[in-house]
Each structure stands twice: as structure tokens, then as C-alpha cells.
Design a protein around this ligand. Structure first.
Ligand SMILES: Cc1cc2nc3c(=O)[nH]c(=O)nc-3n(C[C@H](O)[C@H](O)[C@H](O)COP(=O)(O)OP(=O)(O)OC[C@H]3O[C@@H](n4cnc5c(N)ncnc54)[C@H](O)[C@@H]3O)c2cc1C
Length: 476
């Protein structure tokens, strides 16, 4: 473990142990190792201890002790983040503060349609608690079995239902936060209307742990849909997919819950690397769209509605071929093609990843312009493009099929990033749609925010965390 000197570290660790008890403190390298490396294995850090408090009072006492001792705090949820935000940077005295033991559901208010949860609740357990109450908590993403709501809120996670329900930011009514000096902001209000000045909770959402530790939240619940209809469509290009999005929205309105795009290459990677997957369509198509509708009522009626909505597009040739799931299991196997993209890419080899967004109306232009520019700069380059096109968000990953050529590309990713991000910027997009900045894009973002934006962000950081002890080296 890193630190200033054995005695000071030992005394500080004992102080923390007195707050959280032996069950709440890890110092053995075998125990701390999983907390000190990120999910992708790209970042690794050191800490004087991993502290696992079991209550807000314990979090507050730990953070206050750190503030007094000048030790930095790295909040950590499920450690599934993809930008290195949840592991320590080098060269500082710091602890990892894991919220995993704070995993209680505090209150279900069925009439208010809210659920009050602690930050360490795993996302899936929250979805299940909502389902048990015949409600829906719509946040849903590939890591939902291990990511925690505190991490979801701190990264303002997106996922697969943003089109209808919004990002994590849109699903919160109140927060409880331990501030960098150890004071507790009690903002656990369940109000849908509260116009009493600055909306403080929004500062902490998406702050990636740089302004405070989220310890609890009041979440919005929604009516649980009883019907779903899922279809997998072959289309010729992203522009057609975007046009189809408008057509479907007009036809089915808010029932449109998912609209995901993937290229033929994406599907091929899944078929090659993920067991028990099959091409759902008879012939190959350049691009595919996975569509999901959800509603109250009956699935058969909804499926009919989806087919009615697609029929004119099929007649016009906008949709080249389509398969409609005939059962829940078939719907799941269509989603598996989309959800296995991360696994398939991992098996295929490393690539340079970009999680970017542009206005939906410019999505096709982005894919076209970025791909042409990359092909010019790196002839033969391979682009794996897929994502939540309904939200204007594409995961745009770049590699070479040849391992040696790929190794050289990965070694120096800067020129690739520049090509992609310059196209994003020219189309008024964002270089991080849903994964955040963390360590990965902390420097990069300085190019793409205006000086005024950076000044405002720094002013907020200074006002809340003047000692710069809350997750230093991340975001700004
Ligand atoms: C297979 C896979 C699929 C994914 N799919 C998606 C997707 O579709 N959409 C998407 O948006 N993301 C996705 N992600 C990324 C990741 O799951 C999300 O960013 C998630 O919200 C992180 O939650 P976590 O609990 O793991 O947070 P962590 O990784 O532990 O932390 C993330 C950041 O939040 C901070 N933090 C964590 N908890 C707190 C807290 N209580 N208070 C203050 N700060 C805190 C950390 O310091 C860090 O900066 C995916 C990841 C994987 C591995």
C-alpha cells in the first residue's frame, strides 16, 4: 500500500477502523486488489485502505477524518465504470470508499411512485424491488448485475431505455450526499415539483464522485408494462435507420422503448464469438436495427401494432427484411445479439473505443464522415459501430483485423481519437455520451469544452471541494 510513512498511515488506518469496525476495513493486498483495478484492466492504483462503511453516519465520519488528515477519497460502486473513475490515480494519499455495504431499500412509497434506496444497492436488485411492487424502474444496462445505483447516478448512466425514460439524471427526485468536509446534505425529497432555487442534486449526478459521496437516492417508479414487442430489421444504411426512427415514433409514440443500430460487422463478430447465437434474417444486410415497443395490455396486440407501423416502411423498401419475436424467449435472443457486443469485441481483440453522441438528425452524417476520414488516414481500418441510435449515441470502435497492424494502432491512439472527435465536434456532439470522463478523457475534454465552461466547472469544484480531496485526477 502507498502512503506517507508507516506510522502515519497505520495511525490513520486505525482511526478509520474505529469508525467502520473490522468488517468495514480492508488492507490486505489480496483483499484490496479487486478495488484497485478497473473493469477493463486498464487502470490500477494504490490506497492506504479500502473502507466499506455501513451507514451514512459512518461515511460522514470517514470523509471527515480524511478531510482532517488531507487524505483523498475515491468513491466506488460496482467498479464497472469504463473511464477509470473508480480507481485511485498515483502519487497521493488516498482511500477507496466502497458503498457496497450500504445496500438497503429504505422506503417504497407506492402512491408517490418512488423508491428510496441506499447508494450501494445493485441496479438489478432495484429493478426487482420495483417489479415486486408492480412498478418499473427503467434504468437498464449490460452491467446491471454488478453496478450500483450510486455509481449509476454519479456517471449519469444511460443504457437501453433512454429513448423513453431518459438518463439516470431523469430518474431521480432526491439525493443524500456526504460533502467533502463530512457534512451530510439531506436532499431526499420525493417531489416532482420543487422550484426553490438551484437544483442541487443535479450537481452531484454525473459528477463521478468529484463533489461528494452519494449515499442514498429517491428514485422515480413507472407503471410496469405488461406487453412487449421486439423486432430485428435489416436496413441499407444509418440514414435509413434514422428515417425509420421518425416513422415509428409517429406511428407508436411513447411505446417506442428501444431503437438500437448495429452494422453487419458487429453482427458477424457476435456470431463468431458468442455461443448459441444465429443470424435471425435469411440474408446479410449492411446494417440492422433492433426495435422494442412496450405498453400496458397484451403482447399480441402490441406485436400487431408494430407490424402495422413497419408495413409501409417495408413496402417502400426502407426495411429490407424483418423478423418479429414470437415469444419472450425469442425477444431475449434478439436482445442477446445486441447485448453481446462487448463480449464479442473483447474476444476479437483490443480496439480504440469511442462513446460519442451527436444530434439524432446528424447521426448518419457522423458515421459517414468519421468512417471516410479514418479510411483516408488508416486504409483498411475496421470500424465496429453500434449503439443507442435513438438517443444519438454510438459506440464507435476502431481496429485492424491484422494483429500486428492493430498493436501499432493501439500503441498510438491519439491520431485516431483526433479524427473521430474532430468530426464529433464539427457536428456539435459530445466526446462522452454516457460513460463519463474519469481519468480516460480528463485531458481530452479540455479541447472540447469552451474556456467558460471549464471555468464554471472549476468554480463549482473549488466551492464544494476546496482541498481537492474528492476523487482527484478525475473529470477536471
Ligand atoms: C458490460 C458493461 C456494459 C455497460 N453498459 C453501459 C451502458 O449501456 N450505459 C452506460 O451508461 N454505462 C454502461 N457501462 C458502464 C458502467 O456500468 C456505468 O458507468 C455504471 O453506471 C457504473 O456504475 P458502478 O456502480 O460500477 O460505478 P463505479 O465504476 O464504481 O464508479 C463510477 C464513477 O462513479 C463514482 N461513484 C461510484 N459510486 C459513487 C457514489 N456512491 N458517490 C459518488 N461517486 C460515486 C466513482 O468514483 C467513479 O468515478 C457498462 C459497463 C460494462 C462493464
Amino acid at each position: 500500500m502507498g502512503g506517507p510513512g508507516v506510522t502515519a498511515t497505520a495511525a490513520f488506518v486505525e482511526r478509520l477502523r474505529a469508525i467502520v469496525g473490522p468488517a468495514g476495513l480492508l488492507t490486505d493486498p489480496a483483499d484490496t486488489a479487486p478495488y484497485l483495478a478497473d473493469w477493463r484492466g486498464r487502470y490500477r492504483g494504490e490506497a492506504e485502505a479500502v473502507v466499506r462503511p455501513a451507514s451514512t453516519a459512518e461515511v460522514a465520519a470517514v470523509v471527515a477524518a480524511c478531510a482532517q488528515a488531507g487524505v483523498a477519497v475515491v468513491p466506488q460502486g460496482g467498479n464497472t465504470g469504463l473511464c477509470g473513475g473508480s480507481v485511485p490515480v498515483g502519487g497521493l494519499r488516498q482511500i477507496v470508499l466502497s458503498l457496497s455495504r450500504m445496500n438497503r431499500i429504505r422506503e417504497l412509497d407506492a402512491a408517490n411512485n418512488t423508491l428510496t434506496v441506499e447508494a450501494g444497492c445493485v441496479l438489478q436488485s432495484i429493478q426487482e424491488a420495483a417489479r415486486d411492487a408492480d412498478r418499473l424502474f427503467p434504468l437498464s444496462l449490460g452491467a446491471e448485475g454488478s453496478c450500483q445505483i450510486g455509481g449509476n447516478l454519479s456517471t449519469n448512466a444511460g443504457g437501453e431505455a433512454v429513448l423513453r425514460y431518459g438518463n439516470a439524471r431523469d430518474l431521480v427526485l432526491g439525493l443524500e450526499v456526504v460533502l467533502p468536509d463530512g457534512r451530510v446534505w439531506e436532499g431526499l425529497r420525493g417531489l416532482r415539483k420543487d422550484n426553490t432555487g438551484y437544483d442541487l442534486k443535479q450537481l452531484f449526478i454525473g459528477a463521478e464522485g468529484t463533489l461528494g459521496v452519494v449515499t442514498a437516492a429517491v428514485l422515480k417508479l413507472f407503471p410496469r408494462p405488461t406487453a412487449t414487442a421486439t423486432a430485428f430489421l435489416g436496413v441499407s444504411d444509418p440514414a435509413t435507420a434514422v428515417a425509420l426512427l421518425s416513422v415509428l415514433r409517429s406511428a407508436v409514440g411513447d411505446r417506442l422503448t428501444g431503437f438500437e443500430l448495429m452494422s453487419r460487422l458487429c453482427l458477424e463478430l457476435v456470431l463468431r464469438h458468442v455461443p448459441d447465437t444465429a443470424d435471425p434474417l435469411r440474408e446479410a444486410h449492411p446494417w440492422y436495427v433492433l426495435v422494442e415497443l412496450s405498453d400496458s395490455g397484451d403482447s399480441a396486440d402490441l406485436a400487431e401494432r408494430l407490424m402495422d407501423a413497419l408495413a409501409p416502411a417495408m413496402e417502400r423498401g426502407q426495411v429490407r427484411d424483418a423478423v418479429l419475436a414470437q415469444s419472450e424467449a425469442q425477444g431475449e435472443s434478439l436482445w442477446r445479439l445486441r447485448d453481446s457486443m462487448a463480449e464479442a469485441q473483447k474476444a476479437e481483440g483490443i480496439s480504440i473505443k469511442h462513446d460519442v453522441s451527436v444530434p439524432v438528425s446528424r447521426m448518419a452524417r457522423f458515421i459517414d464522415e468519421a468512417s471516410r476520414a479514418l479510411e483516408r488516414a488508416f486504409p483498411g481500418v475496421r470500424i465496429v459501430a453500434f449503439g443507442h441510435i435513438g438517443d444519438g449515441n454510438v459506440h464507435y470502435n476502431v481496429s485492424f483485423a491484422d494483429p500486428a497492424q492493430n498493436a501499432a494502432l493501439i500503441e498510438d491512439s491519439e491520431p485516431v481519437n483526433r479524427v473521430v472527435y474532430e468530426v464529433v465536434a464539427a457536428l456539435s456532439g459530445s466526446i462522452s455520451a454516457e460513460h463519463g470522463l474519469g481519468q480516460l478523457k480528463r485531458e481530452e475534454i479540455r479541447r472540447y469544452k469552451t474556456p467558460l465552461e471549464l471555468e464554471l466547472m472549476r468554480a463549482i469544484k473549488r466551492a464544494l471541494d476546496p482541498q481537492n480531496l474528492m476523487n482527484p485526477g478525475k473529470v477536471i
